[in-house]
Ligand binder design. Sequence first.
Ligand SMILES: [Mn+2]
Length: 312
Amino acid sequence: MKQQILETIRQNDTIIIHRHVRPDPDAYGSQCGLAEILKTSYPNKSIYVVGETEPSLEFLYKMDIVADDIYNEALVIVCDTANQARVSDQRYKTGKSIIKIDHHPNDDKYGDLLWVDTEASATSEMIYELFLAGKEEDLVLSKKAAELLYAGIVGDTGRFLFPSTTEKTFQYASALISEGIQPTSLYDELYKTKRNVAQLSGYVLQNFTLTSYGSAHMNITKEMLQQYDVTPSEASQLVSILGNIDGVRAWAFFVEESSQIRVRLRSKDIVINQLAKKYNGGGHPLASGASVYSWEEVENVLKDLDLLCQQN
Ligand SMILES: [Mn+2]
């Protein structure tokens, strides 16, 4: 599949790379890391990255503005995006052909070529693998590309902590560091916490609930977001802080937005992506997302989550 993808890339002069909405470091890292590799390797091709800009990740890369008609002749590559509804900038559909590169479960098999590796810790890890598959021929890895892929791997593995981290992950990370990147300054930017977000995380640690079966949760209402002056996406990032608490096996984070309540589900050992699916979501076995539309529904999610902890 990697060779087929590389062959398709070689045959196209215009390539537009997409990723998912509400981008995280792996979305940016895989999308822009691939763009950097292709720009350096094929200076005569036109390579674009599109999607909404996430202010906290803008230091990594800048998105391009692409006119609609450019899509007519373009190969579109979508990185790190499990399902079509989550592709940032829905014009991806109007490309000449589409390639999907992703590490989430392949429930929505879109695209003309699909490369899905659920064992990969990050899509950025897969992009590095794509580089390895083409480096003897024509692929070149710039320092900027190495930095982007490293940021993606670091983001999706929680700095090499999550169980998705493998021997391969460390090998690739080591190879990326040998390109001369500065992990420390990257961490400074990625893990910089705004004062108000830090204060909200203090509130979460003081007020979360934990059942005797090991399910924990926290509700963040619109009023709390206002009070702490924190955006829903900033609040959602606090989900990981419940993971280290003694007795927590699986946990949910509910953040109220204008038209829905976003659910972040995490787990140490119990598979929770089926639960996410039941509530309009999906994702990895131990890290998923969902959406509900009332606080009554939140109670149902919590009952289901606690039942999973009880039964497993
Ligand atoms: Mn990812």
